[in-house]
Design a protein around this ligand. Sequence first.
Ligand code: SF4
Length: 753
Amino acid sequence: MPRTALRVCPLCEATCGLTLTVDGTRVTGARGDKDDVFSRGFICPKGASFGAADGDPDRLTRPLVRKNGTLEEASWEEAFDAVAAGIRPVVEQYGPHAVGVVLGNPNVHTMAGALYPPLLLAGLGTRSLFTAGTVDQMPKHVSSGLLFGDAFAIPVPDLDRTDHLLMLGANPLDSNGSLCTAPDFPGRLKALRARGGTLTVVDPRRTRTAKLADRHVPIRPGTDALLLAAMVQVLFADGLVTLGALDEQVTGVEQVADAVRNFTPEAVAAACDVPAATIRELAHELAAAPTAAVYGRVGASTVAFGTLTCWLVDVLNVLTGNLDRPGGAMFPLAATDKEPRPAGPGKGFALGRWRSRASGHPEAKGELPIAALAEEIDTLPRADDGGLGTSPVRALVCVAANPVLSTPDGDRLDKALSSLDFMVSVDPYLNETSRHAHVVLPPPPPSQSAHHDFAFNGFAVRNQVRYNRPAVPLEDGRMPETEILARLVLAAIGMHGAEPDAVDALAIDRTLGKAVADPCTRVHGRDPKELAAALTGDNGPERRLDMMLRLGPYGDGFGADPDGLSLQRLLDHPHGIDLGPLAPRIPQLLKTRSGRVELLPEPIVEDLPRLAAALDADPTAGLVLVGRRHLRSNNSWMHNVPALMGGSNRCTLHVHPDDAARLGLDDGQHARVSAAGGEIAVPVEITDAVRPGVVSLPHGWGHDRPGTRLSVAAADPGANVNQLLDGTLLDPLSGTAVLNGFEVSLAPLPAAP
Ligand code: SF4
């Protein structure tokens, strides 16, 4: 008999609650859970395809181990023996930094990805960490670290209460939102307009979101920082600055006025291709709105001035009195966050504590640029090794990551990966990256895993909490993803063979030990063993979740507040628990050395001359390329699900009719796209949805390499846009690859005979 089960969707950042139909061990359907406290029944085409993605026959079911050059199915025991035998000799011979760790984007969509990688990194002691952050949101982390002293203190627009939303480089009608977790983002935008609010979209493409807006500003790609700097200049010049409740909480306001003095609307207009009068109107509208929020995403982040853009977004929020107030840009408080501490000076945020070996890129948030991964493997270090030892990366632990497709110059990385002494991938697929591994450890499908959103609740537009136990029992021969990662930690740190529960016990001991020693917690002075004994849950990950909930801001404090959260309370509320609208969190949230918002941090001061130099660049030079997202896609993940492929979800190059005519391109014809890193051939789609001088190609495609097992994706492989990049073009403060707004050239290709 078919039954139903609840599961929060892991297929994008919106975290919609789903009601799954389960027949035996197969998910046969998915619909929106109308009782979900956050998503209230919303679902998109990806969520509706949960069952197809979950049951994809190309998913690996057993570990693979390389034998005589070929990956063959093996037992879990054999696989972890091979991991231990592969990693430990590299650590012992070349030191911990010779082991690289790559964490892909899906890590933030799983419980295992939140709970175990920090232990892996600490246990290995490696500084060679590369994540999807440096092809995505690292500029926002750096900006928040500098402004607020906490790289994870990322304000989100208070979507449901704001009167005015200014959005840059974001297309939530297709992405469903990013660094802003909001199920039914489209519905929330429509509600904003229905209650009399206004939506302004700044984007070089006329996206579906731009079509919904009151005003669309088709800016030249990569110039958002200039536009925002000019808006800040207007606020000062026209006497529109008001800090509101933050009046006593911000340093550096006058210094910002000095720093942007020359970025007048007239000075930036040509570079941005936005009239000076429009820039003034944007600033005045923002200042005049009863409440407003500025929000920038990928198109404003993965650009040459990514960190400056992210910084200016929040400078505008501060200077219009909209940071940390209802209807403005606010800081969520997740159930597993730490209890708020008394306000006061913190440790601050530092950049560049060590540098990459080959090019000397500074670390940011403990990470090196993932665009530099290939050279960290295939290049000998500089004489000054920057704190990483003298060995290149010789072994790699790759968790839920496909950098051959998702980072610049996959061809070079392809070769570099094949030269490693050892590589292990935790991945459900044999894909463009995992095909290089010596061991592949496949996690079970999402329906067979428990779920809690550790990451996205920290970016949610409403505080809430949900937990799902596995919707489907674990198949025979499978291992839970949490256990895979716990065993991987043990194998990597020289404790191969120990029970995986030891990893969770260690994490619990450490956390409780710190909590009872901290006079600001409600468990100060208590016995950590007594607290550990009080934890509930069927396994180590559940006990850890119980601990974090109970120590958290809404928790029961291990008895201090009997009505507070615990694992059991979540289990009693399968559709989740609403924790209320976002509430102001400054000054307690601040961890800067001054204890205040530091509006003009030194690294920003040092980078501003680069932005000033952009005013002199020739704005008419060449074609530039930007990415795009499709509703039925998410990076490279969903290209193996037949129901989501085809239609308009295709890897085509959008070209404006004027450019197509000038270059002699016809619709459907193939064109050669060339840039510093290489060239690719793609079919042209002529559309005025891109502005003249701009072409657009989606990322996550290029499934044409041999040795993968992705039958649907390989049948319509598309081209890998990242092959156009050579990995040298980075936002210098965050090490983030410039994936948007780089120059390309186009030439028609003859039709195939
Ligand atoms: S919007 Fe995102 S979370 Fe919601 S159903 Fe679609 S893919 Fe899943």
